[in-house]
Design a protein around this ligand. Structure first.
Ligand SMILES: *Cc1c(COP(=O)(O)O)cnc(C)c1O
Length: 497
């Protein structure tokens, strides 16, 4: 047996394909192109006579994509403790379910021809409602951020229906950037809530921020430091006392699955990041899904369409009941009475939702509770093994270590050389040079020990080793500012350069 905790035994060399000392796999168009003549019935002024297109054999093509995949790092390559993102392993059986031919139906088909599809949507609405303690759930938003916007628009319509034009949404300073953006996009002034010394909401600061102008307070619980907001019931009362609504950012729901429910804590609206909590793949921009749950009094504002079950006797019009085996119910799409409209086409990112359904159905209540228990245990175990300083704690699903005198970004890059995807860096700002780390329930004790050894090896590195890392990855250090400000998004743009 190898020594699992000797970083050298699991140091990692990523595939790289060198061309004149550059570490990269050429683009298809750089390998070989051929001019092809274009025959089309379109008018001449709309077409080109000739097109330069990549011209490669099937094996060349297969090798190209395999090489690219070997230059990548994903949750199937090794641990991926990217804090707040919950990069848990995505079990492969959900992919099988999602490619079932009966799931691949056109969303415009009439309800009577897609009863199975609608039933799955309806049951997923109910699963999520039960998990979050919410009365009604829309599956439409395509991401957590889109769920936030949906939820805040629901809150806005709820107040407006009472002729109540509130102007402010309160967001803690440690919140995810999307919270500020969603509130602003919905037209609100964002009031930033300073954090308390113990890393939690400071009730005095909250009291000072609340007013008749407060439309909502957005919170995640546990928060981005991995700490449970113990005063949540009091916080909910304070928000409700001024007529505001309490919004739950569901990114950290993995800590609570099967154990505690936002609805029971007093939250009125929440989103679910199903690509985080329910193991549907994400990263690189999607696709994900961000269903939104609300309490009964907000259900009439949900996006269009919503799915409900109608019994033949037409007495059961609620969407909060599970169909009984052999019942005479049918499923239909409808527009909620005061719907905010559409946030996405049709039922949202349908195949992501199929995977979500499969994952929840396979795990069941017990499996979900087991997942959250292990996620919390793993985070606390890992935090204990680190030589980096880890303020606060004990934790729920994640913790934030401090890189101390090291630059957190340097430390993160260096971790790639040890076969570890870096943690989230420099956020939240409450911790100096933050390394926000979330191992998830998917890691075994052996891989947690390796993770700890990798962190601790990087802790001991310094100088040039750190500043020039990664050494063993497919790509060296990129210019992050140029990548964000001056990106070349097509091979034509690159060619021109
Ligand atoms: C990921 C995340 C979001 C945004 O979710 P997306 O699905 O990526 O749009 C919001 N809040 C927190 C705390 C997050 O970690």
């Amino acid at each position: 047996m190898t020594d699992d905790t000797d970083p050298e035994t699991f140091a990692y060399d990523q595939a790289r394909w060198t061309d004149d000392d550059e570490r990269y796999e050429p683009l298809l168009s750089e390998k070989n192109t051929e001019a092809v003549e274009v025959e089309t019935s379109l008018p001449d002024e709309l077409t080109r006579d000739e097109l330069e297109l990549p011209s490669l054999s099937e094996p060349e093509l297969a090798r190209h994509y395999t090489r690219l995949s070997e230059m990548n790092y994903g949750v199937d390559s090794g641990p991926f403790p990217l804090g707040s993102c919950t990069m848990k392993y995505n079990p492969k059986f959900t992919e099988d379910v999602a490619v079932h031919p009966e799931g691949l139906v056109h969303p415009d088909r009439s309800a009577d021809t897609v009863q199975g599809t609608l039933r799955l949507q309806y049951e997923l609405q109910n699963y999520l409602g039960r998990i979050g303690g919410m009365d009604a759930v829309t599956l439409q938003p395509p991401a957590g951020a889109a769920g936030e916007l949906t939820g805040i628009l629901v809150a806005r319509e709820y107040h407006r229906a009472d002729d109540d034009d509130r102007s402010e949404v309160i967001v803690p300073e440690s919140a995810h950037g999307t919270n500020f953006a969603s509130a602003a996009m919905a037209g609100y002034d964002v009031v930033t809530l300073p954090g308390g010394e113990d890393g939690r909401v400071d009730l005095e600061a909250l009291e000072a921020a609340l007013s008749e102008e407060t439309a909502a307070l957005m919170l995640t619980n546990p928060n981005t430091l991995g700490l449970f907001e113990r005063d949540i019931v009091e916080i909910a009362e304070m928000v409700h006392d001024v007529g505001g609504l309490l919004y739950y950012d569901g990114a950290n729901l993995n800590a609570l699955l099967g154990r505690a429910r936002p609805g029971d804590m007093g939250f009125d609206i929440m989103h679910y990041n199903v690509h985080k909590t329910f193991a549907t793949p994400h990263g690189g921009g999607g696709p994900g899904a961000g269903p939104v749950g609300v309490t009964a009094e907000l259900a009439e504002f949900l996006p269009d369409p919503h799915v409900r079950r109608v019994s033949r006797s037409d007495t059961d019009r609620s969407s909060g009941q599970s169909p009984r085996e052999g019942s005479d119910g049918t499923y239909e799409r409808y527009t909620p009475d005061n719907s905010i409209g559409k946030l996405h086409g049709y039922a949202g990112n349908w195949l992501v939702l199929v995977k979500t359904f499969a994952y929840i159905a396979r795990l069941g209540d017990e499996g979900l509770a087991d997942a959250s228990a292990k996620a919390v245990l793993n985070a606390n175990y890992l935090a204990e093994q680190l030589e980096y300083e880890v303020p606060f704690g004990p934790f729920h699903h994640e913790f934030v270590a401090s890189a101390g005198e090291q630059d957190a970004a340097d430390a993160a890059k260096r971790m790639l050389d040890y076969g570890v995807h870096p943690p989230t860096t420099k956020w939240p700002e409450i911790v100096e040079e933050a390394l926000m780390t979330e191992p998830t329930e998917a890691e075994t004790k052996r891989s947690l020990d390796q993770l700890a050894a990798a962190f601790n090896a990087v802790r001991g590195d310094n100088g040039e080793t750190l500043e020039t890392a990664p050494e063993r990855a497919a790509a060296g250090r990129i210019d992050q500012v140029a990548a964000a400000r001056d990106p070349e998004l097509s091979w034509q743009a690159l060619d021109e350069k």
